[in-house]
Design a protein around this ligand. Structure first.
Ligand code: IVH
Length: 666
């Protein structure tokens, strides 16, 4: 889409979202999404002044009054605040203040930025005469009666208050009340409030003040507009409190902007513990005389700024959907995004999870999408911000063939992913080789993307096991591969043959078999051969191996590639054992089955047997050489006897084990 088109689309969307937010108190998207769209529009308008429009949403603040309440004109208008998104922008703000003031800036007062609804309160001779919402800053609504229903609001100011007082404050709904209200609304089938701010607005703008009273709204005042002219913001807050107005006790006085930055960092993780929602910090120059001298831009005072905590959600344009083929052949869609700021970083790619998500959320290329980043997790697309053009865009058709080799991409029943069906798909092999060389698997230093691409390109590797047939001569012929690095890689490949069984199992790249399950499998089966011979039941018995993983393992070991690998790996020098395995132990060569109730956990007894050189299995078969029978042993013991297999009591086994491990200690 061209810039003009995007600007028009953003304006339309923002207008609609603003109406839902301000007029209906029912926002369609989280605030962070609205903010990021507004930011995108601001940036585009800044870069393209030819697209200026006087009634762009960037030129107007707040929303028009709903009309249910009497209009109130604010004199002077209620400004808003400029935003700083990070430490750098705070430093720039400090620089501007210092330059305008002609002196180093500070000290500053830092206050929590409560996510509520701005109100102004007019007191005359100590009595509340008028209370109004901010509205668009020029005109708000008379909500005096409803404000009187707020317990925190003093109906009368204390002694010492001037004849006329006008203050600005924030009405908020405590988080616990907000959650309770939404629970109630859910039970009644009513639409939920998106955030405490909108719930506060909805609660205040009620025809029946009784409803307002029942909601349990809170109030904090933070600005003295009329009544006294204290020389410092910190004094203003003291005065408000002295007159009996509620003032947030939480605030910091910082000598320099460096201290302010430290506060933003220390406070960010603590804010969720507060009983009210906080979406940032407000940084105010303490010296009000200088602040007055610096004045304001059209929208905001120059000596104050809102520091916004990095939002974990934003909105941006979906430029394309890329589908990558992974090691297991899974086709994974990735969103390519117009760059957007999210949780303190610029994001250009995000996960789209799978084809169902794209279909269920009806995500189309060209849409404005909501992107979220939670914790350390990769950003993900979670939905679409609807606009008029959405339906004009073609629905996304997920590929049914592999985008790399063109083979059919099949979706097995019950699975969310579609996989390339070609066992020798070059994309799969590439990912497999990279996986095989990774730390979790065989940890082969030097087998990075460059080396892998070279080996594939030159046809030196067609199957993963070809890696272990490479000679230093093969490698030395590759561009950017000197004799030294060739020799080094050959050494690394030789060392990889000695990795323990769990690592080799990870390297096989069986779907769902990660480090942990590989470890459990290694402990249980002790060798590649034993794993290859295991049946589904034996596999599913292993801790952490579910039915699906067991099925994947069977599919692999019974499939052509798995069968070939299990045969060729030992030929290539792999003799992987479980790390505790000692082939020379007193139980070397024994195939042991435990049955009946044991006095110690079965897994411990099995691990002990393995550490003494045994292979442990769970069923008595002709292979079994020894059965250890605990109390109440039943069928398996009978079977062992019928097959004339040697049996031991747990105590007898313990004696052998004790002797074996003592031997191991000396
Ligand atoms: S000072 C000239 N202090 O944040 C503007 N604002 O984004 C003076 N807010 O509209 C605002 N807590 O609704 C200030 N301690 C605080 C605040 C606060 C919340 C809100 C207020 C304002 C918005 C600005």
């Amino acid at each position: 889409m061209d810039v003009a088109g995007r600007v028009a689309e953003l304006r339309d969307t923002l207008r609609r979202l603003a109406a839902a937010y301000y007029v209906e108190d029912q926002p369609e998207v989280p605030d962070a999404v609205y903010d990021s769209l507004m930011r995108e529009l601001l940036e585009l308008e800044e870069r393209h002044p030819e697209l200026y429009e006087p009634d762009s949403p960037t030129q107007r603040v707040g929303g028009a009054p709903r009309g249910d309440f009497r209009a109130v004109t604010h004199r002077p208008p209620l400004l808003s605040l400029a935003n700083a998104m990070d430490a750098e922008e705070l430093l720039a703000f400090d620089g501007r203040v210092a330059q305008a003031a002609g002196a180093p800036a500070g000290p500053y007062v830092v206050e929590p930025k409560i996510d509520g609804l701005t109100v102004v309160l007019h007191y005359e001779r100590g009595v509340l005469r008028l209370g109004a919402t901010r509205g668009d800053g020029q005109t708000g609504e008379d909500v005096t009666e409803n404000l009187r229903a707020i317990a925190d609001l003093p109906k009368r100011l204390g002694p010492g208050a001037p004849d006329r007082v006008e203050v600005r404050g924030e009405v908020y709904l405590p988080v616990s009340r907000f959650q309770e209200l939404n629970r109630q609304r859910a039970a009644e089938g009513k639409p939920l409030f998106q955030n405490p701010r909108n719930a506060a607005a909805g609660s205040l703008r009620q025809q029946d003040a009784g409803v307002t009273a029942s909601r349990g709204l809170g109030l904090y005042c933070y600005e003295l507009r009329l009544g006294a002219e204290p020389s410092r913001q910190s004094d203003a807050l003291e005065l408000l409190a002295q007159w009996g107005l509620p003032v947030n006790p939480l605030r910091w006085r910082c000598d320099t902007i460096t201290d302010v930055i430290a506060v933003t960092q220390e406070f960010a993780p603590r804010r969720d513990a507060l009983p009210y929602a906080v979406d940032g910090l407000v940084v105010k120059l303490d010296d009000l005389a200088i602040a007055r001298r610096l004045g304001a831009t059209q929208k905001a005072p120059r000596a104050q700024i809102a520091f916004k905590f990095p939002a974990d959600e934003a909105a941006t344009e979906l430029l394309a959907i890329e589908v990558q083929v992974g090691r297991t052949g899974a086709l994974t869609p990735t969103a390519v995004l117009a760059p957007v700021r999210l949780a303190g970083t610029t994001v250009q790619r995000a996960s789209l999870h799978n084809e169902d998500l794209i279909r269920d959320r009806d995500i189309r290329v060209g849409d404005t999408v909501r992107v979220r980043k939670a914790g350390e997790i990769i950003p993900e697309v979670i939905g679409v911000v609807q606009d008029d053009a959405h339906l004009l865009r073609p629905p996304y058709a997920f590929p049914t063939v592999c985008p790399v080799c063109g083979a059919e991409a099949v979706r097995r029943e019950g699975e969310a992913v579609r996989r390339c069906a070609n066992p020798s798909c070059p994309a799969k092999l590439r990912e497999w080789l990279l996986h095989l060389g990774s730390r979790a698997a065989l940890d082969i230093d030097g087998l990075g993307p460059y080396a892998v691409d070279m080996l594939l390109e030159r046809g030196l590797v067609r199957e993963p096991e070809d890696l272990f047939r490479l000679s230093a001569d093969d490698l030395a012929g590759l561009p950017r591969f000197g004799e030294k690095s060739a020799g080094k890689l050959v050494e690394e490949l030789a060392a990889a043959r000695g990795r323990p069984l769990a690592k080799v199992l990870v390297a096989l790249g069986i779907p769902h078999v990660g480090e942990r399950s590989a470890q459990a499998l290694a402990e249980r089966f002790g060798s590649l051969q034993a794993l290859g011979a295991a049946n589904g039941e034996e596999l599913a018995e292993v801790a952490g191996i579910g039915e699906t993983t067991a099925e994947e393992i069977l599919r692999f070991v019974e499939g052509p590639v798995g069968r070939r690998l299990l045969r060729t790996l030992p030929e290539l020098g792999f003799r992987p054992e479980a790390p505790t395995g000692t082939a020379a132990g007193p139980l070397a060569g024994e195939v042991v089955v435990f049955t009946g109730k044991l006095s110690q956990p079965r897994s411990e007894a099995q691990a002990l047997a393995r550490s003494l050189g045994a292979t442990v299995e769970s069923d008595v078969t002709r292979r079994t050489t020894l059965v250890v029978a605990g109390e109440d042993a039943g069928q398996k013991l009978d079977k062992a006897r019928s097959l004339a297999i040697k049996t031991l009591s747990e105590a007898e086994f313990g004696a052998i084990a004790g002797a074996g491990s003592r031997k191991g200690l000396t």
